[in-house]
Design a protein around this ligand. Structure first.
Ligand code: ADP
Length: 637
């Protein structure tokens, strides 16, 4: 069944870690990571996962026979040989699994290693990849993993002394499962590694970090029995004890669980180095009863914006893990939420496919969606600072949610999205904008651009800000699509300040502009003929100090066109652009004069002014050499 070539001394593989893994391991060993204790919870948590996997397999595969009450994790230590041993009778690992699971540390992505990193940067790099199995190297000189997989007849032993690499040999393990032996480091002046060879310390660590693990974690412990009260005489006897309470944390009443317990559970279960931003626990009785414990991370997982990221909640049926990541429990717009759902009403023995179709699961998913939404709404109201921090991390996801599925979920999400307010200089929700609208203000104004500073400098912004109307500054490329999907908020329409028809002028002003356009129709027409991509050139009242700007007609704005242009499959969707000229600007006088006496010069001016407007709008200039020549010609006169 395996055709591995022997390398002598029974070694079937001898490998170096990949270079990135090496550096990560090096960082880990010589670090920095102040809390060395966590290695134990990592190993126990892996053991528990392996037990879950084996048990689940036994439910669906008749050939695998497992008794749930025999599944356990054993801890033992030996002070003389300085070893700490963790044994589980879970699914085990094949030779290939030993190699792929324990041979690569940085599973995906490229690590940005720099010379002379600060402690924070180092901790951050380790954090990004989850400390996992390798955290054991913080406390050990050598790690030996012996495993027999449920899918193999032969067992193997993986051994490593750290950065240099690892070997894999055949082994003689008889029972399915994994044994991990850590050779604990010698004590140093700074740290007493011997604490990991101490019964009392180990008991405390298990209680602190792994109490909720649903399988027993057993260890032989010493009892001091009082034999003679008067003489204070004790006699020791040893007994195997279960160290953890085994009550899953989500089954405990939240008043019996401290914030620290929740944080530790989250960091362990979801391999995060940071506490969650928010913990949401609920217990629902009804048609389908369930308990859930959800977490909003305080930062985006390193792979969040990649294809590899899988959304989902861990799904349990009465404490037994059915699925690690049940995607159907979360809508895409809440894909950042982590957590567990446990329901006694879901049958263990139905296939995952059927389960996903079950009404019970759909009901739970619906409740969970609305629970998360309500919690976020409350956070926005009562704890704005935390909400803003959340929104800066995951807001893009909510904005996508608004316009995905043709806006089907927009009503659920429109009160959760925020935009940058010119007036307040911070993010605000739409409700706040509308409640502060000025008398006579009909629309919610917005302006888009690559950055707040660039938007502030847009000529079109001046006129609206002059009226003391607030403007939402949109800098994310999803923003405008999101606003277009929302359509209106409390019956107020959205208006792009770059829309050709802002309708902010008085009747007289409108009349005067109309007349200026009519009187100069030939000039404007000839001007337009010099330009590409522009539908119309007109005089306007919109601009105060600037000579020109580009506005658009219809649904597609310039910012949206930029997004379309950047897409791989160019659909040729273009904004209908209008070049507006400030009638009161001195340039108008000059244009009129040139139009009468020097057509050639007039044409040059037209091209230069149009290029200016494109630059301000952040659009590329197709013929930069020609424009640069023209500018030189004009200014050297
Ligand atoms: P993570 O647990 O976050 O995936 P680890 O580095 O802790 O990362 O572990 C890597 C992988 O090794 C696990 O995903 C699992 O497949 C495997 N593994 C680790 N410990 C065990 C074990 N005791 N039994 C079976 N498989 C294990």
């Amino acid at each position: 069944m395996n055709c591995t070539q022997k390398l002598g001394d029974g070694i079937v593989a001898k490998k170096e870690f990949k270079s990135e893994s090496k550096r990560l391991l090096d960082l880990m060993i010589n670090s920095i990571y102040t809390n060395k204790d966590i290695f134990l919870r990592e190993l126990i948590s892996n053991a528990s996962d392996a037990l879950d996997k084996l048990y689940y397999r036994s439910l669906t595969d008749k050939k695998i026979k497992v008794k749930k009450d025999k599944l356990e994790i054993n801890l033992s230590f030996d002070k003389d040989s300085r070893t700490l041993t963790i044994v589980d009778n879970g699914c085990g690992m094949t030779k290939e699994e030993l190699e792929s699971n324990l041979g690569t540390i940085a599973k995906s992505g490229t690590l940005a290693f720099k010379e002379n990193m600060s402690q924070d940067e180092k901790a951050n790099i380790i954090g990004q990849f989850g400390v996992g199995f390798y955290s054991a190297f913080m406390v050990s000189d050598k790690i030996t993993v012996t495993s027999l997989s449920v899918d193999d007849d032969a067992s193997y032993v993986w051994e490593s002394e750290g950065v240099d690499g690892y070997t894999i040999k055949e082994a003689k393990k008889k029972d399915i499962g994994t044994e991990i032996v850590l050779k604990i480091k010698e004590d140093t002046d700074e740290f007493s590694y011997s604490k990991y060879l101490d019964e009392y310390e180990l008991k405390n660590l298990v209680k602190k970090y792994s109490d909720y693990i649903s399988f027993p974690i057993k260890m032989e412990v010493t009892h001091h029995d009082l034999v003679d009260e008067e003489k204070h005489e004790y006699k020791d006897h040893k007994e195997v004890e279960t160290l953890n309470s085994m009550v899953p944390i989500w089954k405990k009443s939240s008043k019996d669980v401290s914030d620290e317990d929740y944080d530790n559970f989250y960091m362990d279960k979801f391999s995060d180095y940071d506490k969650p931003l928010k913990v949401i626990s609920s217990s629902v009785e009804g048609m389908t009863s369930y308990k859930s414990l959800l977490f909003i991370p305080s930062h985006a997982p390193f792979d969040y914006y990649t294809q590899e990221y899988e959304k989902g909640l861990a799904l349990y049926s009465n404490g037994v893990l059915i699925m690690d990541k049940c995607a159907d429990l979360l809508p895409d717009y809440f894909s950042f939420v982590k957590g567990v759902v446990d329901s006694e009403d879901l049958s263990l023995n139905i296939s995952r496919e059927l389960l996903q179709e079950s009404q019970g699961l759909k009901l739970i998913a619906k409740n969970i969606e609305s629970k998360i939404r309500k919690e976020l709404e409350t956070m926005m109201k009562d704890d704005r600072e935390t909400y803003i921090s959340f929104f800066k991390t995951f807001g893009v996801q909510l904005k996508y949610g608004v316009y995905n599925n043709y806006g089907a979920d927009k009503d659920k999400l429109k009160d959760l999205v925020m935009f940058y307010s010119a007036k307040h200089d911070r993010l605000i929700p739409l409700s706040e904008y509308v409640s502060e609208m000025k008398e006579g203000q009909e629309s919610i104004y917005y302006a888009s651009g690559a950055s707040i500073d660039k938007i502030k400098a847009l000529p079109q912004v001046e006129q609206v800000r002059d009226r003391e109307y607030d403007i939402l500054y949109l800098t994310d490329y999803v923003d405008e699509f999101c606003i277009t999907a929302i359509q209106s908020y409390e019956e107020k329409n959205f208006k792009n300040v770059s829309d050709e028809n802002l309708d902010l002028e008085s009747e007289e002003e409108k009349e005067a502009t109309k007349k200026a356009n009519e009187d100069n129709s030939d000039l404007l027409k000839d001007f337009c003929e010099q330009l590409t991509e522009v539908k119309e050139v007109r005089f306007s009242n919109k601009l105060k100090s600037h000579p020109v700007c580009l506005t658009t007609k219809g649904d597609v704005s310039i910012e949206m066109q930029k997004v379309f242009d950047a897409m791989p499959n160019d659909m040729g969707i273009k904004a209908e652009m209008i070049l507006e000229i400030n009638e009161k600007h001195p340039i108008t006088k000059k244009l009129k004069a040139l139009y009468k006496k020097d057509k050639d010069e007039f044409n040059k001016y037209a091209k230069i002014l149009y290029s200016e407007a494109r630059i301000i709008a952040g659009l590329p200039i197709d013929n930069p050499t020609e424009i640069s020549q023209l500018i030189c010609e004009v200014i050297s006169k």
